[in-house]
Design a protein around this ligand. Structure first.
Ligand SMILES: [Zn+2]
Length: 213
């Protein structure tokens, strides 16, 4: 037989638990609304034919800025600018510049969880790492001074994991340096009917830069 004080206690505990749940639901709802409205405003700015859902997924996957010491960097919207090395082409990413200009000083980190899809030298990108996220986006980090030698194709990485150091490698045979200022070239690609299509990371980076991490 349960006495009446125990019943009152159970009722109180139940009410408190219910209140906590309602508050949590309200916080989640508010968070979701903020994410959705941010996604929609970024979608308008990106003009890449990205759906609101894609931007929302990208915002959820990109949990930190690609450079750990973000206050030591500057970046502008140089996506789509002309480039000539390796033939006429447009700039398929954003250059996050080192303010000090010292190679090997700043840490490049993975913006998302994912799997290493490419690592090593590219004539255009220098030492680079490419990560495929769980939602299928390809995050491309180029011109690194060096990458973590422990990174192997197929290996799982986590958001915030150090990938390497910012540098100025590329535009030539392996080991070429100094053809341009020290920066991270950061690209985002999505799969589209069998090919990879670049997206403008600028507005996503700007949002992440201003927020928390
Ligand atoms: Zn670039």
């Amino acid at each position: 037989m349960i006495d009446s004080s125990a019943v009152v206690h159970i009722k109180r505990s139940f009410t408190v638990a219910l209140l906590v749940l309602v508050m949590l639901a309200a916080i989640c709802q508010r968070h979701l609304e903020m994410m959705l409205s941010t996604s929609l405003s970024i979608k308008k700015q990106m003009q890449d034919g990205c759906s609101g859902r894609e931007v929302y997924d990208l915002l959820r996957e990109m949990r930190c800025f690609p450079v750990e010491e973000k206050d030591a960097c500057d970046f502008e919207n140089g996506y789509g600018d002309g480039r000539t090395y390796g033939g006429e082409r447009t700039h398929e990413g954003i250059d996050v510049m080192s303010r000090s200009g010292k190679r090997g000083e700043l840490t490049v980190q993975s913006v998302s969880d994912g799997v290493v899809e490419n690592v090593g030298w590219l004539p255009l990108g220098g030492y680079r790492v490419g990560i495929r996220s769980p939602k299928g986006y390809y995050f491309y980090y180029a011109h690194l001074e060096k990458y973590d030698p422990g990174l192997k194709k197929g290996q799982k990485v986590y958001a915030g994991q150090a990938l390497g150091l910012m540098g100025d490698t590329g535009y030539g045979k392996e080991g070429t340096r100094g053809k341009f200022p020290v920066h991270l070239h950061f690209g985002i690609y999505r799969r589209n009917q069998g090919s990879e299509e670049s997206l403008n990371p600028y507005y996503l980076l700007k949002t992440i830069f201003r927020s928390h991490i």
